[in-house]
Design a protein around this ligand. Structure first.
Ligand code: ADP
Length: 320
């Protein structure tokens, strides 16, 4: 039987388990032998593999994290590490690998494909920052967690007539920040994609809104913008409103995946195995206009996903 592998790499995201499950079950349905590779590319270098049967992925669709564990593997980026990985693939007759991760992991997948091991990427990251795909597995769960947390902050912010400056995840992208801001009705949202001056824009905005009788405020800041504590301090100094900073952090990476993440992960895992079963590699499975399709990895890595300026404008218009 032809063998395929599955691994998760880079930062984890809720729904990765659902994707692993889909890869394993689709592979078995197509008569393939499936091995799980532990801790991303590290497991491929050290040969840390396990056979996956139908029951090996039972009771995981609802769990966050990844049962295969994940890691960043600097060694894999070296030719020596790459050659070790190829040797392990040959020893175990691995004829293809489904790589669940972000753009960095896809670069590794493309390097392996080039050297004769067909790999197919599946976008798994909470940040929604994979340029080739409209959607990435984990985003919906993450943004729902952020919304719930901010809802709780809102209660106490309101009781005390305070301002809450909340940092959400997204080092390079403001997607989590923007959706959270819309969902919680935040007075302002600061994202890496759009310059926004706290003193010249945010402070006057709060002052104007104060005149309409509003007494409590929520400001959402993407991790990539940073300086959350300083922003809070400046807002308090300039407006006189008691202001607290909160960094939500990794709670946004965990938890039981939402329906959307479980369904998209299942669709993408299935699609990836259809490609691998046909011996096709160097592809990345993406969502485009609500459909699951695949692109060449090189082409995919060159793509740019424009930020949703329209949604940003909506946020600023109605969150007042
Ligand atoms: P993500 O996949 O979430 O973007 P990283 O950028 O940390 O996360 O990449 C995950 C892993 O993918 C790295 O630790 C490394 O093993 C591999 N990788 C990243 N970039 C490359 C590259 N240019 N060539 C080969 N492998 C890479």
């Amino acid at each position: 039987n032809k063998t395929i592998g599955v691994l998760t790499s880079g930062g984890d995201s809720p729904g990765m388990n659902a994707a692993i499950r889909a890869v394993v079950r689709t592979g078995i349905a197509k008569g393939l032998h499936v091995v799980g590779i532990k801790r991303g590319y590290n497991g491929l270098i050290t040969g840390d593999l396990l056979d996956m049967d139908l029951r090996s992925v039972s009771d995981i669709i609802h769990r966050g994290g990844t049962v295969l564990y994940t890691a960043r593997s600097p060694e894999f980026k070296t030719e020596e590490g790459m050659q070790k990985a190829i040797k392990v693939c040959k020893e175990h007759n691995i004829a293809g690998i489904a790589v669940i991760g972000g753009d960095g992991s896809f670069r590794g997948a493309s390097d392996l494909s080039e050297r004769g091991i067909p790999c197919v990427g599946i976008p798994g990251t909470i940040d929604n920052d994979i340029s080739s795909s409209d959607y990435t597995i984990g985003f919906d769960t993450s943004v729902n967690t952020a919304m719930e947390m901010v809802d709780r902050l809102r209660d106490t912010t309101e009781s005390h007539d305070r301002c809450s400056v909340v940092e959400v995840m997204g080092r390079r992208a403001g997607w989590i920040a923007l959706d959270t801001a819309i969902a919680v009705g935040a007075t302002a949202v600061l994202v890496p994609e759009i310059a926004y001056d706290v003193e010249k824009e945010l402070v006057p905005r709060i002052r104007e809104i104060q005149k309409t009788g509003k007494k409590h405020y929520i400001i959402i800041v993407a991790e990539g913008v940073g300086h959350t504590a300083e922003i809070a301090k400046l807002v308090e100094e300039k407006t006189g409103i008691e202001t607290r900073a909160t960094v939500l952090g990794h709670v946004q990476r965990g938890g039981s995946p939402t329906v959307r993440d479980r369904v998209v992960a299942s669709q993408m895992g299935y699609h990836a195995v259809e490609l691998l079963a046909a011996g096709i590699g160097n592809r990345v499975v993406v969502m485009k206009d609500s459909k699951i399709v695949d692109y060449d990895i090189y082409e995919a890595l060159k793509m740019v996903k424009p930020f949703d300026k329209n949604l940003y404008d909506i946020s600023n218009t109605i969150n007042i």
